[in-house]
Design a protein around this ligand. Structure first.
Ligand code: AMP
Ligand code: ZN
Length: 114
């Protein structure tokens, strides 16, 4: 738990969110400013500032991707496809410094991203 972290506060139910999936390791909830018809944030319950701060022997990133593909299936996105995104640092567009995976779907995604 990081004291001033928005996502830790969501985990602790101090800030409301529309939760779409939860287990012992992971919470997933709708992004407050969706960039696609489906935009879910998949986060670890243990705070890491970013993907760069996850220890090499920690399996949480594969847990996040596994849960994201499960949620995508539940949301009916598997056939048409979806995108998973991790932003790191200023150039990567990271604004919340609690590791999170964006699950985006429900529309065609252009490449390269903006
Ligand atoms: P990033 O820019 O990769 O750090 O993504 C942070 C995401 O968190 C953005 O898409 C925000 O819209 C989203 N966000 C910030 N605060 C909240 C919140 N309280 N509830 C849900 N999503 C949030
Ligand atoms: Zn946090």
């Amino acid at each position: 738990m990081a004291q001033h972290c928005t996502f830790c506060k969501i985990i602790n139910k101090e800030i409301p969110a529309t939760v779409v999936y939860e287990d012992d390791l992971v919470l997933a909830f709708n992004d407050i400013k969706p960039a696609a018809p489906f935009h879910v944030l998949v986060i670890p319950k243990v705070h890491h500032d970013s993907i760069a701060d996850v220890p090499a022997d920690d399996s949480i990133v594969s847990v996040l991707t596994n849960r994201a593909s499960h949620i995508a299936g539940q949301l009916g996105l598997a056939n048409d496809g979806y995108r998973l995104v991790v932003n790191h640092g200023d150039n990567g567009g990271q604004t919340v410094y609690h590791l999170h995976l964006h699950l985006l779907g429900g529309r065609f995604m252009t490449w390269p991203p903006g």
